[in-house]
Design a protein around this ligand. Structure first.
Ligand SMILES: NC(=O)c1ccc[n+]([C@@H]2O[C@H](COP(=O)([O-])OP(=O)(O)OC[C@H]3O[C@@H](n4cnc5c(N)ncnc54)[C@H](O)[C@@H]3O)[C@@H](O)[C@H]2O)c1
Ligand SMILES: O=CCCC(=O)O
Length: 513
């Protein structure tokens, strides 16, 4: 049944998780269940809905969070037409105007951070502190691109033709199709959208079916911030493959930005070939984490914990395989396992004591279990964890450390996207580089060393888009975020992020002799 009034929505939203959550919301208008199109809330063309569930409560009473409309192909076609019309005026707005819109949105995100974080906890499962971190991270892209918008500069280029000058100007690419994943329900949208808006583009956004509520809360704040109708359109749907194809093939969409798996990225790239769209894809990784013989082991342990277990291992930059020099292997293992045993409390993200939440769905849990099983069958040892925790909830898995991992195990070759650290002992630099680069993807990597000569040698040798040296946390708005190889292309955030949403036009002016 389609829910119509916002009051009904709020009751529905909270009734099923816990009554106390309702009383904690300061801004109940954040709870929306319809599409945001042309500045208005719209139902689905065929009245269908889908349910959003709390992964921490999977299979229990109270797992249902909300019933959200499922936008149809016709709804998306309509939104694209609206975004195309809105683009005609929006592309002519001044960068300062767009900067002010983004600044206002930043302020509203920060003002509403507590409520937004609770929405993220409910639909994604991450602990409240992580969700608060995500809201600030997401808001920081609005702040960053508010600052970048007024600095879009072209060039005047000397020409080889006498009397000519070349002028290059940067222009917004047009209507952007934005497809985002569930692991950062808010920040993966703002990282793309804020750059698009700063450039003068309009957008049609398909949030993931697992976590549409944060995106609809964002839509409400976009409305509050005074964005012109039609500039940002956000449509929840569970018809993912159908809508993904529609967006990639749509002749009025000029750009697709996607974050998700490499497999889906390849499909979307194929689908986009018929219209040769501008693309930026941020896909899967298989991040190595290296501990050199001279590393500060205490700091490496802290960094490894952060790089591996943030969001229970469900970020694209999470460390996936650990290479530890044989001379420090035992010391690192002892300290790392002790740290995991000491700090972890699995549970519902709204419980202040919870340090780690569930996996997002059964498929993710199964992949984690398969990787553990495969590694153990090939000789790895479970040093801590190793088991699913159905006693806590259907999708919970212990933070797990495996010792004696080797290159032939699945965990060394494919992204687990879950809370398992596989530790590999290496002997020398040549072997290390061969292991580290023996993968089809290249998103992030990490290493710990005190030797400055290691820094340049390995920063240049390791085939990834982003490296953390003596740190396990790299993400921020200033970082050019993106990968190489099958981890995708394009950079988000940073001074380069807006280039993904602009084209360069060259104007040759003759008669200047
Ligand atoms: N890079 C990232 O931040 C990121 C985020 C989520 C998942 N992943 C990867 O995905 C794997 C599993 O997660 P998943 O099962 O949700 O991944 P997935 O690739 O199936 O989905 C990722 C996102 O793509 C969307 N999607 C899926 N099929 C699509 C299609 N045909 N057209 C358009 N969009 C489509 C999904 O709604 C989701 O939001 C993980 O192991 C990880 O490798 C990566
Ligand atoms: O998972 C993808 C994004 C992770 C991050 O921005 O740190």
């Amino acid at each position: 049944m389609l829910l119509r009034g916002s009051i009904t929505n709020i009751r529905r939203f909270t009734m099923v998780s816990s009554k106390s959550i309702l009383s904690q919301f300061n801004n109940k208008d954040l709870l929306q269940t319809k599409s945001y199109v042309n500045g208005k809330w719209e139902k689905s063309g065929d009245n269908k809905t889908f349910t959003v569930k709390n992964p921490a409560l999977a299979g229990n009473d109270g797992e249902l969070i909300a019933e959200v409309i499922s936008a149809t192909s016709e709804d998306f076609n309509n939104a694209v037409t609206i975004a195309t019309t809105a683009f005609k005026d929006f592309k002519k707005t001044t960068p300062r105007y767009r900067s002010d819109l983004l600044r206002k949105l930043y302020d509203l995100l920060i003002e509403n951070q507590q409520d937004l974080a609770k929405i993220i906890v409910l639909e994604n499962g991450k602990p409240l502190a992580d969700a608060l971190g995500e809201v600030k991270y997401g808001a920081s892209f609005c702040q960053w691109f508010a600052e970048e918008a007024p600095r879009i500069h072209g060039d005047i280029i000397p020409s080889g033709i006498p009397g000519s000058r070349i002028l290059s100007i940067k222009q917004p690419v047009g209507v952007c199709g934005i497809l985002t994943p569930w692991n950062f329900p808010l920040a993966m949208i703002t990282r793309k959208l804020a750059a698009a808006i700063a450039a003068g583009c309009t957008a049609v956004i398909k949030p993931p079916p697992e976590t549409p509520l944060a995106s609809l809360a964002l839509a409400h704040l976009i409305q509050e911030a005074g964005f012109p109708p039609g500039v940002v359109n956000i449509l929840p749907t569970d018809r993912t493959p159908e809508i993904g194809k529609l967006m990639c093939e749509h002749p009025l969409i000029n750009k697709i930005s996607f974050t998700g798996s490499t497999g889906v990225g390849k499909l979307l790239m194929n689908q986009s070939s018929s219209t040769l769209k501008k693309l930026s894809f941020e896909l899967g990784g298989n991040a190595p984490f290296i501990v050199f013989a001279d590393a500060d082991i205490d700091k490496a342990v802290e960094g490894a914990f952060a790089a591996k277990f943030r969001s229970s291992g469900q970020t694209c930059v999470c460390a996936n395989r650990f290479y530890i020099h044989e001379s420090v292997y035992d010391e690192f293992v002892e300290n790392f396992v002790a740290k995991v045993k000491k700090v972890v409390k699995l549970g519902n993200g709204l419980d202040p004591e919870t340090t780690h939440g569930p996996l997002i769905h059964g498929r993710s849990l199964k992949k984690v279990q398969d990787h553990v099983k495969d590694a153990v069958s090939k000789g790895a040892t479970v040093l801590t964890g190793g088991e699913a925790r159905p006693d806590i909830g259907q999708y919970f898995h212990e933070l797990t450390v495996l010792g004696g991992v080797t290159q032939d195990m699945h965990i060394a070759n494919e992204e687990t996207f879950g809370p398992v650290a596989g530790l590999i002992k290496y002997k020398n630099d040549d072997e290390l580089i061969q292991f580290v680069n023996d993968t089809s993807v290249g998103l992030a990597g990490y290493f710990y060393t005190k030797d400055i000569s290691n820094l340049f040698k390995f920063a240049e040798e390791i085939n990834v888009g982003m490296l953390g040296v003596n740190t396990g946390l790299i993400s921020e708005a200033a970082l050019p975020f993106g990968g190489i190889k099958e981890s995708g292309f394009g950079r988000e955030g940073s001074k380069y992020g807006m280039d993904e949403y602009m084209t360069i036009k060259s104007v040759v002016i003759g008669g200047n002799a």
